[in-house]
Design a protein. Structure first.
Length: 68
């Protein structure tokens, strides 16, 4: 997803999406350890989406600092 799509979500939706991504990431890491992972690019995509969500969540905290 794009950052703009995450910005359109509410904080509760972001938390739910973050929880789902962490669960999927854990499952993919397990599949990789067992040797059953077929979509290796998905793990990188999930990590980037998690980072985007965390960035969008921290934006309101950083905006007042940027004004100084």
């Amino acid at each position: 997803m794009k950052a703009s799509e995450f910005r359109a979500m509410t904080n509760e939706q972001l938390e739910e999406q973050l929880k789902e991504l962490h669960t999927e990431w854990r499952d993919l890491r397990f599949a990789e350890a067992v040797g059953n992972l077929t979509d290796t690019a998905r793990t990188r995509q999930i990590r980037k989406d998690i980072a985007r969500i965390l960035t969008v969540q921290s934006e309101p905290e950083r905006k007042p600092q940027a004004a100084n």
